[in-house]
Write a protein that binds this ligand. Structure first.
Ligand SMILES: [Zn+2]
Length: 143
């Protein structure tokens, strides 16, 4: 499981996993001691707070996978910066997204090969909790 998490981001480390019904919950956090401010790009090691960010990832052995990331909020240490704090961000997921980029790719791939009704059913049964409107939206963005 640790290796699967490292594929997503080599700086992530596994805290615990939990299987509830047909869903695997994976708790992870970043091991980086310094995080770059997205506004001024200054590195910071001062943690303001932590919150749990939950999002879906590719299924593991037929189980839907939800990652619970202990996301840090950091103080920006640059006096000149307009932002006092910023949230840690990751390349594998967009800031506000509830799905990893590789999961979105998978949904687009599968949905482009079948009707949205069949895609919704297939995805719900095998891959991810997703609605037809989300599929349509992702297909529009993906093209
Ligand atoms: Zn900054």
């Amino acid at each position: 499981m640790e290796e699967l998490i490292k594929v997503l981001d080599p700086n992530l480390t596994l805290i615990s996993t939990e299987l509830i019904g047909d869903v695997i919950y994976i708790d992870v956090e970043s091991t980086l001691t310094e995080v770059n401010c997205p506004y001024c790009h200054t590195a910071s090691s001062r943690v303001h707070s932590r919150y749990t960010r939950e999002f879906q990832d590719l299924p593991i052995q037929g189980k839907k996978t939800i990652i619970r990331l202990r996301n840090r909020k950091m103080f920006c240490q640059n006096q000149e910066c307009t932002r006092k704090t910023f949230a840690e961000s990751f390349s594998f997921i967009s800031p506000k997204s509830k799905k990893t980029n590789r999961l979105i790719e998978e949904i687009i791939q599968l949905s482009s090969k079948m009707s949205s009704v069949s895609a919704e059913k297939y995805l719900r049964d095998h891959v991810v909790r997703v609605g037809k409107s989300t599929i349509c939206e992702l297909l529009k963005k993906g093209r």
